[in-house]
Write a protein that binds this ligand. Sequence first.
Ligand SMILES: [Zn+2]
Length: 157
Amino acid sequence: MSLSEFCPQLFSFRSCRRARPRGNVAGMMMGAGFTVAEVMARGGKACWRCSVCQGQGPVDLVAVAAALGMDATLGNRRPPCRVPGCPGRVRFLDANSTWPLPLDTITDADAAWWTFDDQERARLTALGWRMVMGKWTAPDPVTPPSPATPAPPPSSR
Ligand SMILES: [Zn+2]
């Protein structure tokens, strides 16, 4: 049995629409607060993105629904990135339109956004990561000591 058969009302976008913060007119915040059911009703695609490794990928919404329920939202969640070696945290977007819509309801207009930003910056910096040209860069590998002997001359033919 598919999820839509199991709970058809969850697949009607209008019936499960909830009150959302105002200010969505420009379309920038269209996805804010979408529930799992809403994202499924819109086409069933969501993705994660990591601002540290720039990774992104699909989200298994069926697994999310099983774990959190259809009324849960992936907005404002920041689980650890699963890319090996990446210390970042991911955010989630509705991926059912040409431009993915952030599911977060918290934006850079909210103090909570900056609190999180500061905490992440401190955490990543403590791990040795640095912000370079707007991107997080992994700690430099240990610089080998300069060689005691000069480099060999270029081989002649
Ligand atoms: Zn990452």
